[in-house]
Design a protein around this ligand. Structure first.
Ligand code: FE
Length: 249
């Protein structure tokens, strides 16, 4: 099996949110898809070990927010890669409660749906929840949604390990090396020519630090080599330490 074939499948990128008692949860998902039109039903796939799976099971409701193409990596990092207190994460975004009682993320959202769980399937590592859509709202008709292809190819991010569409980076790298004996050598050579040093990749989320770009959000100007980043600098997506980065090639 060629695992690179999976990278040709594409999806949207969504925030799936729920609440049970006082416990809030939200996570970034690409496996969200409409399964029937009448009644309108949406399926989501959620890792069994994620708190969200238990909260959705308990509450029987969830909301789906469709993210816009301009969504910043910070939002995706906060809910997609960083563990921590969910309540504090919600403090950093705009959201409201819908008629089902589920929180609905509004930051970077183009549209949202509120769903009530009508079925749950055990598919091994994940649960597949089927939700009947009770409410749906279009917030920004003029904007484009974020696609999984854009997330991977332009934002250079990869699905985290618990995502249903996770592809092992090491297996993929080996495969690319077999197919192409000189991957990215020329790029690295060019970068060296500019004296900025090579690019570094986060081993947790696959974010690439490019010295030509810097990291504006953390006050790192363009033209800063990786070695010159302060020791307390962290991955802008998943908040991993600088030591979690490795040379990209
Ligand atoms: Fe990272």
């Amino acid at each position: 099996m060629n695992i690179a074939a999976f990278l040709k499948m594409t999806y949207g990128i969504y925030m799936v949110s729920s609440k049970s008692g006082n416990q809030l949860s939200s996570y970034i998902a690409n496996t969200v898809f409409q399964v029937t039109a009448e009644p309108p039903q949406i399926a989501i796939s959620c890792h069994k070990n994620n708190t969200s799976a238990h909260i959705i099971e308990e509450s029987g409701v969830f909301s789906v927010s469709v993210l816009e193409k301009e969504t910043d990596a910070g939002l995706i990092g906060l809910f997609g890669y960083q563990s921590g207190n969910e309540e504090e994460k919600f403090d950093r975004v705009d959201y409201k409660y819908g008629t089902t009682g589920a929180p609905i993320i509004l930051s970077h959202s183009l549209a949202y749906f509120e769903c009530r769980v009508v079925d749950k399937y055990d598919v091994g590592s994940h649960y597949l929840f089927i939700g009947k859509v009770e409410e749906g709202e279009l917030l920004h008709e003029e904007k484009d949604p974020l696609t999984y292809a854009y997330f991977r190819n332009e934002m250079k991010l990869m699905a985290p390990e618990r995502a249903p569409t996770y592809v092992d980076k090491n297996k993929l790298k080996k495969l690319q090396e077999q197919e192409n004996e000189e991957p990215k050598m020329k790029e690295t050579e060019n970068n060296k020519g500019k004296d900025l040093g090579p690019t570094y990749i986060c081993t947790i989320c696959a974010y690439v630090y490019d010295p030509e770009v810097g990291d504006e959000a953390q006050g790192i100007p363009p033209g800063t080599p990786f070695e010159d980043l302060p020791e307390d600098w962290v991955c802008p997506v998943c908040a991993a330490a600088k030591s979690m980065f490795m040379l990209e090639n």
